[in-house]
Design a protein around this ligand. Sequence first.
Ligand SMILES: [Fe+2]
Length: 263
Amino acid sequence: MNRTSAKDFSRHPGLLDGHVERIIAAHKAADGYMADTALRTAGLIKIPGFLGNRRQTDLQTRVADEIYVIRPGDGKRHDSLVTASKPTSACRLVAGAMWPVISGLFTAHHAEVARKYYENLYLQHLTNSPDDNDEQKVFHTDTFFPAVKWWYFPHEVGPTDGPLMYVPNSPILSPALLAWHRAQIDAIRKGKVEEWRGRGHREGSLRIGLEEIADLGLKPESVTVEADTLVIANVFGFHARGVTTTPTHRLAVHGSIRLDNPI
Ligand SMILES: [Fe+2]
């Protein structure tokens, strides 16, 4: 383990010691490399009309068409990377338009951010069905430090389209949140983790229940958007994939940046 971003308690049980202290140290360190935006507090930024007047209808349709032909799936694959598309593709234009916004979230680590931007930028053709037991549908924090994910949605995402769910203000390190983290670590150490929290919990993406979210004084929100919206989320904050009542397709140009050494 030579990166301070390591988070997997199953592989590195030593990380259980000092987990809460690492959260605090990582957030202090972020003051030195993350811009002071709503991403640090509320945790979510929505930019509707993102492409605006740049021949938007035509471009949005082209982006959606390029994503739709990608084989459905969640993860980043070689064939779904934006860099695998033609230099003249619409998704490349969107990537270029998003870059100043995403890079502007960082005040340092510029070379790493620039490299990761294209390494992790892909066309996400997500299918979502009721009762698919997708572990991403349980609210969770991705990791212990502020990390960024974003989605450009060419189409509207309505309440029944499996929108992202997000808990506003959950990136704020309140005493109650830190106490919740401490309790999770104790439970993992004692081998007393409830089944529903799943594998990801022990891997450092801690799962949280709806009642626990309410106990923190927080409330999940459904991130529905109009067509042509950029959504940026701090995935230290709690989030989940939305549920659907019928099988749906959700199209996005999706990227993420998680620093190798956030402390
Ligand atoms: Fe996540």
